[in-house]
Ligand binder design. Sequence first.
Ligand code: GLV
Length: 385
Amino acid sequence: MTQLLTIADLKEQAQRKVPKMFFDYADSGSWTEGTYRANESDFQKIKFRQRVAVDMSNRTLATTMIGEDVSMPVAIAPTGLTGMQWADGEILAAQACEEAGVPFTLSTMSICSIEAVAAATTKPFWFQLYVMRDREFAGSLIDRAKAVGCSALVLTLDLQIMGQRHKDIRNGLSTPSGFSLQRIWQLVTRPAWCFRMARSKNKTFGNIVGHAEGVSDMGSLGAWTTEQFDPRLSWDDVAWIKERWGGKLILKGILDPEDAKLAVKTGADAIIVSNHGGRQLDGACSSIEALPEIVEAVGKDIEVHMDGGIRSGQDVLKAVALGAKGVYIGRPFLYGLGAKGKEGVALSLDIIRSEMDVTLALCGKRDIKDVDRMLLKEGTYPTSK
Ligand code: GLV
């Protein structure tokens, strides 16, 4: 078997082990997937400054995100259907994060419920909220996250309506389920996945099924999102959500400096510069391109995080050098999970950690907290101008 040394290796393994419709769900962007690709490729243009003959001993990647200690500035992003990459995926990923000392964010559209993840972990995790037309239901999710001791609420602002991902339509993932031959074939060719899934209690949207009307299975995802996610979500809603939650609040999906300034006014603790992994507005700029302008606009007033396109520890360092206090990984951990379950998530974090550590050293730095744009070659990175 190939040695798993990079996130790309994990992706290749995951593709062999996860039924196509769920692998594709993770590995897709909207429409032309141009923004999805740009998220990754824009990182490649940025170059480091190699520095030599500096003491490289005693290095540390430890820092904080929203005041919480993290062993490196990397959190796990909220991703829908994580428990379909590998049975009980959210529980396994949360446990791997706990062991690695990094935050885990549970999606509203997770398979394992808030309570199931809480019961299987010992440290607080973060919860991501989608706001539904039924405000009481959204409120009840906030209450449930509070009840199990989640330490941050991540409010997603860029998915009132869903960007079209062609692969999901072709795989039948956005239509009510049925046993098409295509689906059955995708499952029977992944027997180990089916075996694990058959033994798991967590097979559908754990936060929703049994709590909200009209969602019974995987296949209702697209339909339910269209019907239930509230297209009227506005900045005014942030106020009642903040009030009901009463804890640390992170606003996700900011890509424009004007929106970043509005986000600051809400009194939130952090923003995430994000285009939803290229899954929403195709044709929007990459996250790393948007980052410097937003840091310039609000970096003194609020903690700025980013996600989108991180595929290595080097990418994390580039984002930190451009002003991100922390980043989130979505696909890299999903590929690890799909490849090897909990061990694979741990491996994805280890790969990123060691790439970051060695790069930091070869750039002549020992402490992640000292990283700024001097780490990068001038003229190769996006600026606020
Ligand atoms: C949901 O968050 C998605 O991007 O599919």
